[in-house]
Structures are given as structure tokens and as C-alpha cells.
Ligand binder design. Structure first.
Ligand SMILES: *[C@@H]1O[C@H](CO)[C@@H](O)[C@H](O)[C@H]1NC(C)=O
Ligand SMILES: *[C@@H]1O[C@H](CO)[C@@H](O)[C@H](O)[C@H]1NC(C)=O
Ligand SMILES: *[C@@H]1O[C@H](CO)[C@@H](O)[C@H](O)[C@H]1NC(C)=O
Length: 216
């Protein structure tokens, strides 16, 4: 009798534990997005539908999910948002399009964005982003479009970016970068206009010429 009761109790505990784990994992992308919402100021209320109590964020405006209810797209260009990016966004491992251009977002690009392994497009142009371009972005093997122009980025262009073989567009113009412009990998093909208006950025790196960090 006592044994049977203990058995049932153990079973109930396992079921409760399992459902807690499942609900946490299904909502973790919503939690990451909600952390982002909390860091933003949203005068036009474009994030009003972002209700963290829903099972997933797939019905929220400006969010797109795949058939497995994983977030694939954030569309918040031109939305008058200010505030900053958050490391939690790095958890969105199915995210393909991060569209946050033409806002007034400040702060730096979190290191954790290097975990966005499905990312195709990172559009952060026309914001007020500061700090350095993280080296970890070199891990984004799916990346095709990297538009960081018209911000206040400093430091060098990380050489890790030359290893992203799919990269078709990389625009870092109108920032405050320094050092030299890489010339290998996809950087062989980028026009010089994608680097202009960085007063401390030197011309293309030549064999044995200017050092990688010259002017920094
Ligand atoms: C965006 O925000 C700025 C500053 O808060 C404000 O002046 C401007 O009117 C806003 N734009 C729109 C379309 O509401
Ligand atoms: C933010 O960036 C815009 C251009 O994107 C610029 O006009 C504005 O002065 C910047 N604001 C601050 C506080 O840096
Ligand atoms: C970026 O800034 C430059 C220089 O201020 C400006 O001419 C250009 O129009 C801006 N680009 C965009 C996309 O607004």
C-alpha cells in the first residue's frame, strides 16, 4: 500500500517535472524576445502584441516562425525604437532575418549574436550602435547580408569575417572604424563604397603594407 502510493507519487513528480521542462523550452524564444522588448523604448507601440504569457511568440506582430514554431524572422525596421540589443537574442538558433534597420537603437552588438547559426541577413544599418564588431560574427556561416552602415561602430574589421564564404554584401560605411580593409575571401569582391566615411579606416590591406591595426 505505502509502496504503491510512493510509486504514484514518484510518477506524478516525473510528469510535473517533464511538463515544466517542455513548457520552458517551448517558451524560451518568447522569453528571449521579451527580454529584448524590455530593453527597448517603443513610442509607436509596435511591440504591443508581444505577450510573453502565450505558448510561443509566433502570433506576435513583426515575428515570423517556421512550421515547428521556431522564430525565423524579426521585422522591426523603421519603427522608431531606441534602447539596446540583448544577448538573449543569440538563443534564436533558427533566426534567418534580423531586420532592425532605421531605428535609434544604441549600445553594442552582443558577442552572443555569433550563435545565430541560421542567420542569412543582419540588417542593423541606420541606428546608433557603438562598440566593436564582435569577432564571433565570423561563426555565421549562413550569413549573406551584413549591413552595419550608418552607426557609430569603432575598432577594426574582424578578420574572422573573411571566412564567411556565403557573404555577398558587407556594408560598414559611415561608422568610426579603424585599421585596414581586408582583401581576402568575400572581401575580394566588395566595392570600396561599402567602407567609405570611416575617417580612421585605411585603404585595402596590401601584402607587407600597412598593418592590420594601423590608425587604431
Ligand atoms: C520618432 O521619435 C522621435 C523622437 O522621440 C519623434 O520626434 C518622432 O516624431 C517619432 N516618429 C514618429 C513617426 O512617430
Ligand atoms: C543616432 O543616429 C542618427 C543617424 O542614424 C543621428 O542622426 C543621430 O544624431 C544619432 N543620435 C545620437 C544620440 O547619437
Ligand atoms: C548614411 O549616412 C550618410 C552620411 O551621413 C548619408 O549620406 C546616407 O544617406 C546615410 N544612409 C542611409 C541609408 O540613410
Amino acid at each position: 500500500m505505502a509502496k504503491g502510493f510512493l510509486c504514484k507519487l514518484a510518477l506524478v513528480a516525473v510528469v510535473i517535472g517533464l511538463s515544466a521542462v517542455l513548457s520552458v523550452s517551448s517558451n524560451s524564444e518568447g522569453d528571449a524576445l521579451h527580454a529584448f522588448r524590455r530593453s527597448l523604448s517603443d513610442p509607436l507601440n509596435v511591440l504591443q502584441s508581444w505577450d510573453p504569457t502565450l505558448v510561443n511568440p509566433c502570433t506576435w506582430f513583426h515575428i515570423t516562425c517556421n512550421q515547428d514554431n521556431r522564430v525565423t524572422r524579426i521585422d522591426l525596421g523603421n519603427s522608431n525604437l531606441s534602447g539596446s540589443l540583448v544577448p538573449e537574442l543569440g538563443r534564436l538558433e533558427h533566426l534567418q532575418y534580423l531586420e532592425l534597420y532605421k531605428n535609434r537603437i544604441g549600445g553594442s552588438i552582443p558577442e552572443e549574436f555569433g550563435n545565430l547559426k541560421s542567420l542569412i541577413s543582419m540588417d542593423l544599418y541606420n541606428n546608433n550602435i557603438t562598440g566593436e564588431i564582435p569577432r564571433s560574427l565570423g561563426n555565421l556561416k549562413s550569413l549573406v547580408f551584413l549591413r552595419l552602415n550608418n552607426n557609430s561602430l569603432t575598432g577594426q574589421i574582424p578578420r574572422e569575417l573573411t571566412k564567411i564564404s556565403n557573404l555577398k554584401v558587407s556594408d560598414v560605411s559611415n561608422n568610426d572604424l579603424c585599421g585596414t580593409i581586408p582583401t581576402t575571401g568575400p572581401f575580394e569582391r566588395f566595392p570600396m563604397t561599402n567602407f567609405e566615411n570611416n575617417p580612421r579606416l585605411r585603404g585595402p590591406e596590401l601584402q607587407g603594407g600597412a598593418a592590420y591595426d594601423s590608425g587604431c
